[in-house]
Design a protein around this ligand. Sequence first.
Ligand SMILES: NC(=O)c1ccc[n+]([C@@H]2O[C@H](COP(=O)([O-])OP(=O)(O)OC[C@H]3O[C@@H](n4cnc5c(N)ncnc54)[C@H](OP(=O)(O)O)[C@@H]3O)[C@@H](O)[C@H]2O)c1
Length: 277
Amino acid sequence: MKTAGQRFGTVVLTGATSGIGEATAHRLAAISETLIVLGPEPEEGARRVLTQIRGAGPAEVHYVGADFTHLSDVVEAARWIRSLVSTIDLLINDAGVPGAAQRVVTMDGFERTLQVNALAPALLTRLLVPSLAEGARIVNVGSSAHRLERFHFDDIDLEHGYSPVAAYARAKLAMVTWSSLLAEELRSMPVSVVALCPGLNDTPLSAAMTGRIGGPPARGAARVLHAAVADVRSGSYLEDDHVVSPSADATDPSNRKQLTALYWDRLLRFAAAGRER
Ligand SMILES: NC(=O)c1ccc[n+]([C@@H]2O[C@H](COP(=O)([O-])OP(=O)(O)OC[C@H]3O[C@@H](n4cnc5c(N)ncnc54)[C@H](OP(=O)(O)O)[C@@H]3O)[C@@H](O)[C@H]2O)c1
């Protein structure tokens, strides 16, 4: 197990173009060998952020543009990452969006908040699992907001009763639940999976949801990096840097079964396409 002062080999970080992810990238540029950062825009659009990340440390920094509202972009991103590096030591799924004011359905046919915050990171992870190094860790950025919502598998895309908060909280509930399901699935591999809430940080995402409150994104980045090295059981969920139980909905066996089925149903064809290349 690594300690906070140790260096990382190869790190893949989503959501690196803003907020907590950007602050995490700055820290990782100083303590990793190779850092692959993802954002939704093409590289030209991320140039300013990339210059700053590259200036923050000696890591070899690569950028991969992938808009998670298109699952084909996720497949392509995984292909790029696999062509750039042979193994991954740390994968951080940080990218996220607030619930849109009005319900949006992606070209893939899924409610957008669920797709970007939960389905896309699950697909990316699935496609990168074969590249994980021995001792690798997957860090999934969830939120204590997952406690605000319950699963309604008969209307997972919120066709009825949509609200931005419900969409965000439900997506984070899916993320937190999936994280521990993934840990179970990978238990025979020498890798670990940890989810966390990064606390309240003043970022574009939180500003859109609650107005400008919270600490600097660097504080959330410290929590993400704590989760990357914390000596905790695979499948753990952290709030305030401590292992806590997620909501009862996240641990309910029936919900877990239904979420697994949903992910298989929605992601299998994309995962298969990603493996074929
Ligand atoms: N801020 C908080 O208080 C708080 C609390 C609990 C949990 N979280 C979680 O922390 C994570 C980071 O959030 P943040 O507050 O740092 O928000 P943020 O500043 O808005 O950053 C979100 C990141 O996700 C990227 N992103 C947005 N849409 C995307 C898409 N369609 N495809 C791929 N990437 C996309 C953003 O790219 P662009 O900026 O380039 O669009 C950005 O890099 C999220 O998972 C969020 O749910 C945040």
